[in-house]
Design a protein around this ligand. Structure first.
Ligand code: UDP
Ligand code: MG
Length: 314
């Protein structure tokens, strides 16, 4: 009987409070599915007991492999490493904190068996997250959809099942500033959403502070759109038009013989600050892209694995 293999990739950063529960919940779901399975846990340089707990799990379970980074490389890179290491015919990526119910995996697998190559989980509702997070997330997905050149589904994270074919495409994409949900959309293939309610974290706090959220949002936009570069061009045109109007106004004022000519101070100052602002914005936008190009050109490895736990049978 040639049963297919399902890989479950879980990135973990300071998740000692959820490791065991996560493994147990996933395991019971996977046992109910008629497939072989393996776990690929990626410890993203946690300094708590995460790795210790993962090692203990791997010692008792041959289906578990663990990869531990030499430092924190970030969620998207951890997911990338997991996909690189996964051997499955289908791969599920899921967060450790159980905000995304593992029970959905059974439905994902069903759709995959029907021939869908990407099954992504779409959040109908999000519970237990701050108003700020909800608002910024909502805004982010909408802005991204407007700017992006590929169609990136709204309100879905990285919780998804991908076929081996899609994983191979992802592996062939060497970019460093990774925005995986965009890359999956870019890859194409037959995609379908499943709706669900995003729960509260099982335990612990979010590992996505504002700074990481910002970096993530910028990666998403800059990797999938060059429209911001065009915006600065438009701003430039706009500024030129405004300054021509001001210039004409000054000339006419002079010809007509308006008094109090020194009064031009105000218009000069507004023009100066206006232009200065636009220039700084444009340079900033350029900087975002050039910085990314610099990053790519260094060609460093994407991550460094310090320790791996694999079972070699036979
Ligand atoms: N994570 C990671 N590296 C990081 C930040 C987060 O591997 O630098 C993992 C984290 O352990 C979790 C997943 O990415 O499994 C999602 O993080 P979190 O739940 O904190 O994000 P949120 O759901 O609040 O957006
Ligand atoms: Mg979470």
């Amino acid at each position: 009987m040639s049963q297919k293999l399902l890989s479950v990739v879980v990135p973990m950063y300071f998740e000692e409070e959820v490791v065991n529960e996560c493994y147990a919940r996933l395991k019971s779901v996977l046992d109910s599915i008629n497939m072989n399975y393996e776990f690929v846990f990626v410890d993203d340089g946690s300094k708590d007991k995460t790795l210790e707990l993962l090692s203990a799990i791997a010692d008792n379970d041959k289906t578990v492999r663990v990869y531990s980074f030499s430092r924190n490389f970030g969620h998207q890179v951890a997911v990338t490493a997991g996909i690189d290491k996964a051997k499955g015919d289908a791969i599920v990526v899921i967060d450790a904190d159980l905000q995304d119910p593992p029970e959905l995996i059974a439905d994902m697998v069903k759709l995959w068996e029907e021939g869908y190559e990407v099954v992504y989980a779409k959040r109908k509702k999000r519970l237990g997250e701050s108003k700020f997070k909800l608002l910024t997330a909502k805004l982010f997905y909408r802005v991204l959809a407007k700017l992006s050149d590929v169609e990136i589904p709204l309100d879905s994270g990285d919780y998804r099942l991908i076929d081996r074919k899609v994983a191979e495409v992802l592996k062939s994409m060497p970019e460093r500033n990774r925005f995986i949900r965009g890359m999956v959309a870019w890859a194409g293939f037959k995609q379908i959403p499943i709706e669900y309610e995003r729960k509260e974290r099982f335990a612990g706090v979010t590992k996505y502070p504002l700074k990481k959220m910002l970096k993530f949002a910028l990666d998403g936009i800059a990797s999938f759109s060059i429209k911001p570069l065009k915006i600065s061009q438009y701003l430039g045109f706009f500024a030129v038009i405004v300054s021509i109007v001001i210039f004409l106004y000054a000339v006419i004022y002079r010809i007509v013989g308006g008094k109090n000519l020194v009064y031009g101070w105000a218009s000069i100052m507004t023009t100066l600050t206006f232009l200065g602002g636009i220039q700084l914005i444009s340079v900033g936008i350029l900087g975002e892209y050039i910085g990314r190009m610099y990053d790519e050109s260094k060609n460093r490895p994407l991550y460094i694995i310090k320790k791996e736990i694999e079972h070699h049978e036979e």
